[in-house]
Design a protein around this ligand. Sequence first.
Ligand SMILES: [Fe+2]
Length: 264
Amino acid sequence: MFLTKEENNLSKEFFEKGYIIRPAQNINALSEIRNNLIKKITNYLKIKKNVDPNNFLNNIHKEIPVNKLNDLRVHLINEVNSISKFKNLYFQSAKKFIEILVGNELAMQKKISLSIQIPKDDSSLLPVHSDTWSGLSPFEVVVWIPLVDCYKTKAMFILPPKHSSELNNQFKKFSRKSSEDIFRKISKKIKWIDIKFGEVLIFNQHLPHGNRVNKEKETRWSMNCRFKSIFSPYADKKIGEFYEPITLRIASKMGMNYRFPKIK
Ligand SMILES: [Fe+2]
């Protein structure tokens, strides 16, 4: 393999821990993402004054009742995904790391997702799961970007590879059980991701992950989006409907359009 030392180290860390956290490759892209989002939120909530980004996002539960939260979330997802520059900013904030781990001819999930976890709210939890269990390709990675500092139950958890293999080996036992049963089984082995705004997380979605009720005093804001090689195998979700090619190279384009000359 002709990978550089840096590429090998990052790959090894990703393989062994199931994730990597790095300072965003482009912190300006990340700030632009956050500022764009805040503008959309203040417009939606008809807030006229300037707000401090950290303070505002961490304390959004003081501005909006929990039963209105999902409307805001859906509104924001639609708004940010309608700006094509936004998707590029998202990619730019982690491009170098995605290219090392996945490759440089990439398909990106068409819709970036947004998660808002306000303190004590149990209405928008993500039960423990692996993305491959619901028809996603095992060839992809998830790029998870926090818009505020995340720690303890304000963050997401992941089951480290070693414990994930143990769970897989006895998975039959859980065939009639709920994800809550699985969570009870792994609750002492999970790793809570400690990550700050300005950093990006890329994780292996084969590993069971999710969140619990946020018992901290601040609201979590995070975005997530999947990336895979254009040419690696797909599962239930296909290119065109779920992913879009973002960095297809000219030789691949020409190869796809090439036709052998007719000889008959
Ligand atoms: Fe997931």
